[in-house]
Design a protein around this ligand. Structure first.
Ligand SMILES: [Zn+2]
Length: 655
């Protein structure tokens, strides 16, 4: 508390020379990076600017947040809000060097990433599909796997060495070779793409005292300013080098072997080289398939990088805080000595439940091993030295006494516990996902003003907000946001999931509503719920008792008239939309307000429409988002195509 947040001197320097802050302050950047802000509460502009900054610092060798955190939390959030956002389709640029950029001899793309085998399997499926179309037997295809070096990406055309830049234009860094940098394994010049890297053991023994991390060192090798003596020595000794991808150790085999020995292949490649590695790249070797699959603007479709997302650290616990969740469970959160884990500064770790805290002795002074696998708050993996743990006697939020439910401590004060109420409200807006401004601090103010239900929040007026300390402009915005969340189209299963009933997450709600329409939900009995695939008797019972609790609040909110996109009921119960679109050729164009054109296309297909990519004489309906050119509209008119905007279209298919 009260500690001033700031960037490191190195980070400041990088940003100063190559970034212009437009929305965020330095303090805000650090606060977001430290997990003090709820990502869902960030505005689009703030989110994108933060991504730009995090990406730039990462590329410059002085990362602000962990790679997995960047991918899973921030990038995912942007993907969820705006799947077509230009940031997602541009190659992450290397840090701008001070020199001018030049055109690269070839395009250099990023690599698509997979964090689990399921994603790898989906990728292989796409290859199988293409091979079938080309009449090539999938089982005969060869896959190549190589370590993904975590260095500084560059391209050597034999004359010059270039940075990757934005993938099209990079910077001439031939000076690295002029300074004596060699090609790995005695290789020749001109072998194309690769990475400037340093041997891991050498870095740890000789350079770690001079540089924060190896990326930082790699970046220093190619900077214009004169080399520092330890860097010059590393080059001279051949411990820092340019490693062309074509010279990397590799594994080759068929998909069946990849499937059967995945871990073994990954582990052996990972251990084969003495460099920092941040993944294993798998690619298909058949050139016909490569050509057919091609590339997006961002990556080659015939290649994917498998990344492990766990790193561990040993650290002491400072204290254990109790936090009451929206379900009344009291969760232990350990405050730890600030620790860097794969680049990000970690201050907190979750201890699963108080059963574990008690059994393993997690308390001030305990030594724990942490792992981090994509979550914002890492998990305590193992307790190396336990202490005598202290357990809370009462709810930290409302003071009610706690009861054990298996391994969990539970606050039973469902109706009046402030933490349960505010967390449930927060959950509602977070799942709804179409409203800004209702983060924890706003909700706290609203709760302190005496409001305990989401339905009551929708009845608030500007003067209510002002009375609770919101500025007039902000109050106006809060009311406008509430109105917007009513009018923006939203899937009915998302709306239902927002109520936070146990066992009714978004996935289950979608399953449920693809069998029974929302209006029938509260009339369902246990038998009917069990009929839904994947729902057991126990789940059905929990859902029924949960529905009973939310019913009154649900009715109040439902009657406000949210603009719900109705889930198509599978077979049998056909909604009106089916008939409207059946057999029609539909084209979608422009930026959709609900933001997801691909989802709209998919939905149209499930409603029996054919979806085209551009308008022709055969097109029946043109659905226009924002920013559609006048020429296109004129052409549609000439061709006699029915033109409608996004909301008319949605209204039509959800009638
Ligand atoms: Zn409580």
């Amino acid at each position: 508390m009260g500690k001033k947040l700031h960037l490191t001197a190195g980070q400041k320097h990088i940003l100063k020379s190559s970034f212009e802050f437009s929305l965020l302050s330095e303090e805000e950047v650090v606060s977001i990076a430290s997990g003090l802000e709820v990502i869902a509460d960030l505005s689009d502009g703030h989110l994108v600017e933060f991504l730009q900054i995090a990406n730039l610092l990462y590329r410059s060798g002085d990362p602000l947040i962990d790679d997995a955190l960047y991918d899973f939390s921030f990038l995912e959030e942007l993907k969820r809000r705006h799947p077509d956002h230009s940031f997602l389709h541009s190659v992450e640029p290397e840090a701008a060097l001070e020199s001018k950029t030049v055109e690269l001899p070839v395009r250099m793309l990023s690599t698509e990433k997979a964090y689990d085998f399921e994603t790898m399997a989906r990728w292989a499926k796409r290859i199988a599909k293409v091979s079938m179309e080309l009449g090539i037997q999938f089982s005969s295809l060869l896959f190549r796997a190589t370590p993904k070096l975590d260095g500084y990406a560059a391209y050597d055309d034999g004359q010059k060495l270039y940075t990757r830049g934005d993938g099209r234009r990079g910077t001439d860094i031939t000076r690295a070779f002029d300074r004596g940098l060699k090609v790995a394994s005695g290789g020749e010049r001109g072998l194309g793409a690769g990475e400037v890297v340093v041997c891991k053991s050498y870095f740890e023994n000789h350079l770690a005292a001079h540089f924060d991390n190896s990326r930082n060192f790699q970046a220093s090798l190619i900077k214009e300013k004169e080399l520092e003596p330890p860097a010059a020595k590393a080059i001279e000794l051949g411990q820092a080098m340019f490693y062309p991808f074509s010279l990397l150790p590799s594994w080759e085999g068929r998909w069946q072997e990849v499937e059967q020995q995945f871990e073994t292949i990954v582990n052996s490649l990972w251990e084969q080289v003495d460099f920092d590695i941040d993944g294993i790249v798998f690619e298909i070797t058949n050139s016909d398939i490569k050509n057919e699959m091609g590339a997006t603007r961002h990556h080659h479709r015939w290649q994917i990088a498998y990344k492990r997302n766990t790193e561990t650290a040993e650290v002491r616990v400072l204290k254990v805080l109790a936090q009451t969740s929206r379900s009344g469970r009291v969760n232990p959160v350990a405050e730890i000595e600030p620790t860097r884990l794969s680049g990000a500064l970690i201050r907190r770790a979750t201890a699963h439940h108080y059963g574990m805290v008690q059994e393993k002795g997690i308390g001030p002074g305990a030594l724990i091993r942490l792992s981090r696998s994509g979550e914002v708050i890492p998990k305590i993996e193992q307790v190396l030295e336990g202490v005598v743990a202290e357990l809370p006697e009462s709810c930290p939020s409302c003071g009610a006494s706690l009861t054990w439910e298996s391994d969990y401590l539970q606050c039973g004060n469902v109706l009046d516990c402030p933490a349960q109420i505010t967390n449930s409200i927060e959950h509602f807006f977070k799942v709804l996902g179409n409203i800004d401004g209702f983060g924890p601090s706003s909700i706290k103010k609203i709760y302190d003003g005496g409001v305990e239900r989401v339905s009551s929040i929708y009845a608030l007026r500007e003067e209510d907000f002002v009375a609770w300390g919101f500025g007039p402009k902000q109050a106006e915005n809060m009311v406008a946001q509430l109105q917007r969340s009513l009018s923006e189209p939203i899937e009915d299963w998302r709306f239902l999931a927002a109520f936070g009933v146990h066992r009714m997450g978004m996935g289950n709600c979608e399953k449920l509503l693809s069998v029974y329409p929302l209006e029938q939900l509260f009339g369902l009995d246990e038998e009917q719920i069990i009929e839904v695939k994947g729902f057991s008797e126990k789940i059905a019972q929990e859902i029924l008792s949960g529905l009973c609790i939310i019913r009154e609040e649900f009715d109040k909110l439902y009657s406000l008239g949210f603009n719900l996109i109705i889930t198509a009921v599978e077979a049998g119960n056909e909604p009106g939309g089916l008939m409207v679109l059946a057999g029609k050729l539909v084209v979608f164009t422009g930026t959709m307000r609900q933001g997801n054109r691909n989802e709209m296309k998919k939905q149209a297909k499930t409603l029996g429409a054919k979806v085209g990519s551009s308008i022709t004489g055969k097109t029946d309906i043109l659905v226009c988002g924002e920013k559609v050119g006048a020429a296109k509209l004129k052409k549609a008119e000439e061709l006699g195509i029915e033109v409608m905007n996004e909301s008319d279209y949605i209204r039509m298919i959800t009638v």
